[in-house]
Design a binder for this molecule. Structure first.
Ligand SMILES: NC(=O)c1ccc[n+]([C@@H]2O[C@H](COP(=O)([O-])OP(=O)(O)OC[C@H]3O[C@@H](n4cnc5c(N)ncnc54)[C@H](O)[C@@H]3O)[C@@H](O)[C@H]2O)c1
Length: 378
């Protein structure tokens, strides 16, 4: 018999929608001991949170997150708010004994992240951070191939995350839709928003990072602030590129920008090993490109694996071989793994402690960009 897991979601924007969809879908496709129940959703506007609850099937609404966290009928809280609220909400949840599913980046900086880790570990509550790209079937397949040693020794890791939506000079910063441009709400720009995803995937696939050498740029130096109405300095990084050394001796090259005209969400990575190479592209997320040097010479070449077969990660839960799933399914997979972890008593990756590693690298990247020096990952 399934056990209910009462979910309270805070924030009903982009991630509030992807997560609500995941809680609704997961039990249709995955057999899990726990079944999510959409108990409550919270946002500050009573009208919009009510409309959201009706659309997604929540039983109740709150307009004050403190009330949601205090409710006895909530088992797990899902934090889908801008980054500057993650710490306060997560610590309140831990103190109330709630499980926590927190959006990325874990925190505004390492100090905040450390406090969050201490709080969940002291409370002994299940916790995870939504680095959902790990759960694209093709990316999970890449992890399997690397762990099986198919690539051999790894020499290079390259990743990009490119967008083009902040090029206009008259785009304001701050407020509901544009908090990502406001350092007070976001912590950083592309480093915490986009590179954090690339870094999480990289350390999952290729291990820890030793040190980094970064450059950042803020192309538009001042923007009108939506909350104050005044033109204010822009505190986020519009673009960031960094070199790094991984603990396994391989070299890393990462780039992210919101000024790459023509690119909306081009997340790509390539890994070159002694025996084989792997390439992946979010715009064609079901394909894993694979080159195996040990193939017979005449047949050697890049193969494009369409990751849709029943023996590919997660795929037997969906349709029939050859049929694709999409972006939203990565969140369904994360919920499925979280529920499975609860049933088996195994923490689901990445936990807060594991996501703190990404935070440490992001902080080192920003520190290196400021100092112009190679910087150790603390
Ligand atoms: N995993 C991913 O791929 C991914 C993608 C996008 C965003 N994110 C992360 O998810 C988080 C939210 O991003 P988003 O794109 O959904 O933002 P969003 O602006 O679309 O939604 C944020 C929501 O938080 C609510 N909110 C703000 N302050 C609040 C408060 N005090 N109390 C209650 N609700 C409050 C807003 O009303 C809004 O509903 C961020 O941390 C972001 O970095 C992750």
């Amino acid at each position: 018999m399934t056990k209910p897991l009462n979910i309270g979601v805070i924030g009903c924007g982009f991630m509030g929608r992807t997560h609500s969809n995941a809680y609704n879908r997961v039990s249709n496709f995955f057999t899990t001991e726990y079944k999510p129940v959409l108990k409550a959703v919270c946002a500050r506007s009573a009208d919009s949170v009510k409309a959201f609850a009706d659309q997604w099937g929540y039983e109740s609404v709150e307009t004050d997150w403190r009330k949601l966290i205090a409710r006895d009928d909530i088992d797990a809280v899902d934090i889908c708010t801008p980054n500057n609220l993650h710490k306060e909400l997560a610590i309140a949840c831990a103190e109330a004994g709630k499980m926590i599913l927190c959006e990325k980046p874990l925190a505004m900086n390492v100090e905040e992240g450390e406090e969050m880790c201490a709080a969940v570990e002291k409370a002994g509550v299940a916790n995870t951070v939504w680095y959902n790209y790990r759960r694209v079937p093709a990316v999970t397949l890449a992890k399997q191939l690397i762990d099986e040693g198919k690539l051999g020794r790894i020499f290079h890791y390259r990743a990009n995350f490119l967008q083009d939506w902040t090029i206009a000079e008259d785009l304001p910063q701050g407020g509901a839709a544009l908090w990502r441009l406001d350092a007070a709400a976001a912590g950083s720009g592309v480093t915490g928003d986009l590179l954090a995803h690339c870094i999480d995937t990289a350390i999952w696939l290729n291990g820890g990072v030793t040190n980094v050498n970064a450059m950042t740029e803020t192309f538009i130096k001042q923007r009108k602030h939506n909350l104050t109405g005044k033109v204010e300095p822009v505190g986020i990084d519009d673009a960031c590129a960094f070199l790094c050394r991984f603990d396994n001796g391989s070299l890393g090259l990462f780039e992210s920008t919101r000024y790459a005209r023509g690119h909306k969400a081009l997340y790509t990575f390539e890994i070159n090993g002694e025996h084989a190479s792997i390439k992946w592209d979010l715009h064609d997320l079901h394909r894993l490109e694979y080159f195996e040097h040990r193939d017979e010479g005449r047949l050697r070449g890049w193969r494009s694996i369409h990751v849709t077969d029943g023996d590919h990660p997660y795929m037997k839960q969906w349709w029939v071989p050859g049929l694709q799933i999409g972006y939203e399914h990565t969140f369904v997979h994360q919920v499925a793994d979280f529920l499975e972890g609860l049933a088996s008593g195994t923490p689901v990756s990445p936990t807060f402690r594991e996501a703190l590693e990404t935070q440490k690298i992001c902080d080192a990247v920003l520190a290196s960009a400021k100092s112009g020096q190679w910087t150790d990952v603390g």
